[in-house]
Design a protein around this ligand. Structure first.
Ligand code: SF4
Length: 194
């Protein structure tokens, strides 16, 4: 049962002390959304409001993400949303070591939920997910809005690379770019069975 495995994983994350980030953490953000969702969004890690609420993307970036999802014709409640890092990231920056240590939880989430589409939000998630599936990360300015096909034994999967919603909060030109990318993603997803 996927639910049993997921509850076990939640328990492990709740009690994890594998890196120092647990010390400043009020609520670990494991993920949210239906476990049978075909689309998984992956951000960097919990910020201030996410740490308080224990939910992903609830601050200003989360509100903008909700707008982007609407533009793409996607319903947030039907998506599974998580992060590479599960504990509070005070400066919205993770070290390579923290990514290496925490990302095996994300690996297990992907193995359990088997999404048809992974959406990487921002450079850290993009670098991690592309690298995990043998693809090369170059830069967000080159890769944003692109979708990669991954063939795995028994199933195939898409990885979409998007700028992190926070990157547009104080930059109107980035906002337009993100809106364009999400509209395009919505069009592509509407034409394929996911
Ligand atoms: S960030 Fe990840 S690896 Fe570090 S303590 Fe939290 S759950 Fe564990």
């Amino acid at each position: 049962m996927i639910e049993d495995g997921y509850e076990q994983l939640k328990l492990e994350i709740e009690n994890c002390r594998k890196c120092d980030l647990w010390r400043g953490t009020k609520h670990r953000v494991i993920g949210e959304g239906p476990l049978d969702s075909r689309i998984m969004l992956v951000g960097l890690g919990p910020g201030y409001y996410e740490n308080i609420e224990g939910r992903p993307f609830v601050g200003a970036a989360g509100k903008f993400l909700n707008n982007l999802l609407t533009l793409a014709g996607l319903e947030r409640g039907k998506l599974y949303i998580t992060n590479v890092i599960k504990c509070y990231l005070p400066d919205n920056k993770a070290t390579d070591e923290q990514v290496k240590t925490c990302s095996h939880y994300l690996d297990r989430q992907i193995d359990m939920l088997k999404p048809a589409v992974l959406v990487a939000l921002g450079s850290v998630a993009a670098m991690y997910l592309l690298g995990k599936y043998g693809l090369t990360y170059s830069s967000m300015s080159r890769l944003h809005g692109k979708i990669f096909k991954v063939e795995k034994p028994g199933r195939s999967m898409l990885i979409a690379v998007m700028y992190h919603p926070a990157s547009a909060l104080y930059n109107p030109s980035m906002k337009l770019l993100l809106e364009k990318d999400w509209r395009k993603l919505g069009e592509i997803l509407s034409k394929i069975p996911v």
